[in-house]
Design a binder for this molecule. Structure first.
Ligand code: ZN
Ligand code: ZN
Length: 351
C-alpha cells in the first residue's frame, strides 16, 4: 500500500504535524496526482494563524472554512497517478500543474468561468486538502495543465502569484496600452507583475516601493522608472511627467499604497488591487466621480487566465525567480522562516 503522507494543520496557530493515511482512491471524474513539488506561500501563514489581520486589532476569522486536520499548499505540480472511471484524457505519468482555484461548478461565478470567485468553492489548500503532501485529489482533469518545458516549481508558482499578477494586469484592460502602467509593491507578486508587464506591454512599467533594494531590483529587471511612495515629491513627479495615470496595480493593499495609487490617477484611471496588507483606506467621495475613477479588487485568476499565463511562460518571455528547495517534512521550518522574513526568493517543498 502506497502511503499518503501529509504535513497537516492540526490546530490553528500551532506547528504542522505529519499525518499518514491510506492513499485516496479517485472516483468519478477525480484524478489522483502524485506531487513533485508545492510552493510555500504567504497566504499559508494566514491559514495557519486562522485569521487575516484587517488593520488595528480587527481580524477576519477564517477558521470556519475547513475541517482539521487540514493540508495547506496550493502551488502544486506533479504527475498523474490514477483517475476515476469518468475522468478522460488522464494518461498516468503525465506531468501537470494543478489549477487550485476550483469552484462548485454551478453558481453564477462558476458558470461565468470565475471559479476563483466561487463562494462555495473547493480551493485546494484553502478549503480542501492541498499540496503539502505526497498526493492530492483533483476533482476533474480540466484543472490539470501541461507545463513542459517549464520547471515544476515555476509551474506551481504561476498558479498563485503569477496568476494574481497576470489577472491584475488583465483587469486594467486597454488602459494598460493608453499610457504608462504603475506597479506598486515589488514583493513576489509585484516582481511577477513586472516580468509579465515587460512581456505583454509596449512600454516598460513604472514601479513604486518604499524599499530602496526592491526599487533597485525592479530597475535591474527592466522597470522604466522607480518611485518611493514615502517621498512627498513622488506624487507630483508622476503627475508632472504623465499628467496622471490611467492604469495602476496595487500589489500591497494598505492604506498608504491605496492613497498613493488613487493620488496619481488621471481622469478615467483605474486601480486594480490584489494586495491584502490591511488597514483602512478613505477617500473624498466626490473624487470618485470627479476623477471618473475605478478601484477594482481581484483575487487570484480564472482557469482560462491560468492557461494563457502558462502559454506566455512557455514562450520563454518571463524572468525566473530564485527558488530554494526543502523536503516535505521541513514544511514547518519553511513557514517559520517565511514568517520571520528570512527567505529571499521562493521556497518549494519537494516530495
Ligand atoms: Zn500562493
Ligand atoms: Zn461556484
Amino acid at each position: 500500500m502506497t502511503q499518503f503522507r501529509r504535513q497537516s494543520l492540526v490546530a490553528y496557530g500551532q506547528p504542522l504535524c505529519e499525518t499518514v493515511a491510506e492513499r485516496p482512491t479517485p472516483r468519478g471524474t477525480e484524478v489522483l496526482v502524485r506531487i513533485d513539488c508545492c510552493g510555500v506561500c504567504h497566504s499559508d501563514l494566514h491559514i495557519q494563524d486562522g485569521y487575516f489581520s484587517l488593520g488595528g486589532d480587527k481580524r477576519l476569522d477564517i477558521t470556519k472554512d475547513r475541517t482539521l486536520p487540514f493540508t495547506l499548499g496550493h502551488e502544486i505540480a506533479g504527475v498523474i497517478e490514477t483517475a476515476g472511471e469518468a475522468a478522460e484524457g488522464v494518461a498516468p505519468g503525465r506531468r501537470v500543474a494543478v489549477y487550485p482555484w476550483i469552484g462548485c461548478g454551478t453558481c453564477a461565478a462558476c458558470r461565468a468561468g470565475e471559479e476563483n470567485l466561487c463562494s462555495n468553492n473547493r480551493h485546494l489548500g484553502i478549503t480542501v486538502d492541498g499540496g503539502y503532501a505526497t498526493h492530492v485529489v483533483v476533482p476533474h482533469p480540466r484543472y490539470l495543465l501541461d507545463y513542459a518545458p517549464l520547471s515544476p516549481d515555476l509551474a506551481g508558482m504561476l498558479m498563485c502569484s503569477g496568476l494574481t499578477a497576470f489577472s491584475a494586469l488583465g483587469h486594467l484592460g486597454d488602459r494598460a496600452e493608453r499610457g504608462p502602467v504603475l506597479l506598486i509593491g515589488m514583493g513576489g507578486v509585484g516582481m511577477m507583475g513586472l516580468s509579465i508587464a515587460r512581456a505583454l506591454l509596449r512600454e516598460p512599467p513604472l514601479i513604486a516601493d518604499i524599499d530602496a533594494d526592491k526599487r533597485a531590483a525592479a530597475l535591474a529587471a527592466g522597470a522604466a522608472r522607480a518611485f518611493d511612495p514615502s517621498d512627498p515629491q513622488a506624487r507630483r513627479t508622476i503627475m508632472t511627467a504623465t499628467g496622471g495615470l490611467l492604469a495602476v496595480c496595487d500589489f500591497v493593499g494598505s492604506e498608504k499604497s491605496l492613497q498613493f495609487a488613487t493620488g496619481v490617477l488621471g481622469r478615467g484611471g483605474k486601480v486594480v488591487v490584489t494586495g491584502l496588507f490591511g488597514g483602512t483606506f478613505s477617500i473624498a467621495a466626490a473624487m470618485i466621480a470627479i476623477k471618473a475613477m475605478t478601484i477594482e479588487g481581484t483575487l487570484t485568476g480564472t482557469l482560462a487566465e491560468a492557461r494563457e499565463l502558462l502559454d506566455l511562460a512557455k514562450s520563454g518571455k518571463l524572468a525566473t525567480i530564485p527558488t530554494h528547495e526543502r523536503p516535505l517534512d521541513h514544511a514547518e521550518s519553511a513557514l517559520d522562516d517565511l514568517r520571520a522574513g528570512r527567505v529571499v526568493g521562493r521556497t518549494v517543498l519537494t516530495m
